[in-house]
Design a protein around this ligand. Structure first.
Ligand SMILES: [Cu+2]
Length: 366
């Protein structure tokens, strides 16, 4: 038991979190029972009310919605076409980097290629991935490709600082797959930002569509920031599964403040991968019904005509939908605590032939 606590404390120090003994004497110890009092730095805490005052003038407007013509989001959700060829050389560096996870909120992340999530990869069923992984961080890390069928003890092993590994695998199964660092404790490495999506297309192309990719994940923040002003992982909040931010593509509500323009009635295909580590994504588009859903990426028996589909941690589903008229359509995790914490965005269906003044309809009320 003592050793367990010691190991946990060491891991905690590694992650910069606050040990339990310190927390019990911290600022929150004076909080009244049964009162969800925001902490001192409440502006970025999940316990604080959302800063939509007045609320966004849109149903399900859990975050401010950008004006027409808003600049693109910090991370593009557009899924790029696959590179030609059947052999894909992929090189990734694992390094620690400060990233922005919500407006004005910096986080000391562990990353693939300096980004959270890591780069989106795309291949076709039967393609070979020639992978090189380099550890530029000062602690061990590794890689676990859900799209691969290979022996973990050979290929997913820990790389010490400065080490690298090279191997190949064939992407035999189509789908929307997670990749993540698999170094123990895995929850720590995922919660710190080490994940991404690998899309494997079927050999017969799916119908032509506008394609977007969303990786959902969570952040659990320490009370204090490091010398660079960045928050770190609070290990105990992570164990308690109470994130401060739940995000698509690494930043809370970025597609609400920067809606994604699409066309009415055009087929959309959304690849939704959930890195977690703890929260299921109850993926839903307000004002739409999914025509088809490839549940957890399976091409065998798509669901047809469904409203909300759970994407589990470590899973990825492919959603096809058409937005029937011009307007703003929020997409959310229908676990609304998580939407409030940032798992929300807006698809803005804009008729390319409509005058700019007619591009948004009247707000709906529920
Ligand atoms: Cu790692």
């Amino acid at each position: 038991m003592t050793r367990k606590v010691t190991v946990l404390a060491a891991l905690c120090m590694l992650a910069g979190c606050t040990p339990a003994a310190e927390r019990s004497t911290g600022a929150d110890s004076t909080a009244q029972p049964n009162v969800a009092a925001p902490r001192a730095d409440s502006a970025r805490r999940a316990g604080a009310p959302p800063d939509t005052t007045p609320p966004a003038d849109i149903s399900h407007g859990e975050a401010p919605v950008g004006a027409p013509g808003a600049s693109p989001a910090p991370v593009s959700a557009r899924l790029a076409p696959r590179e030609p060829g059947r052999l894909h050389h992929v090189r990734m560096e694992m390094r620690h980097a400060t990233v922005e996870i919500a407006s004005g909120v910096k986080y000391a992340a562990w990353t693939f290629d300096g980004k959270v999530p890591g780069p989106v990869l795309r291949v076709r069923q039967g393609d070979t991935v020639a992978f090189t992984l380099v550890n530029k961080a000062d602690i061990p890390h590794s890689m676990d490709f859900h799209a691969a069928e290979i022996a973990p003890d050979k290929y997913y092993r820990n790389l010490m600082p400065g080490d690298s590994i090279q191997y190949r695998f064939v992407a035999r199964v189509p789908g929307a797959f997670l990749y993540h660092c698999g170094t123990a404790p895995v929850a720590m490495h995922i919660a710190n930002g080490m994940y991404g999506a690998l899309i494997v297309d079927p050999p017969t192309p799916l119908p032509r569509a506008e394609e977007l990719v969303f990786v959902q994940s969570e952040f659990y923040l320490t009370r204090n920031r490091n010398t660079e002003g960045a928050y770190m992982l609070d290990w105990f909040e992570m164990l308690g599964q109470a994130p401060d931010h739940v995000v698509f593509n690494g930043r809370a509500a970025q597609y609400s403040t920067h809606p994604i323009d699409v066309e009415p009635n055009k087929l959309l295909r959304l690849y939704v991968v959930n890195a977690g580590p703890n929260r299921t994504s109850a993926f839903h588009v307000v004002g739409g019904i999914f025509e088809r859903v490839f549940l957890d990426g399976s091409m065998a028996n798509p669901l047809r005509g469904v409203q909300t589909v759970g994407v589990p941690m470590g899973g990825g589903s492919i959603f096809e939908i058409r937005l029937r008229e011009a307007g703003e359509y929020p997409f959310v995790s229908h676990a609304f605590a998580d939407a409030t914490k940032g798992a929300v965005g807006v698809l803005r269906a804009v008729d390319p032939n409509a005058p700019a003044t007619a591009r948004t309809g009247p707000p709906m009320q529920h």
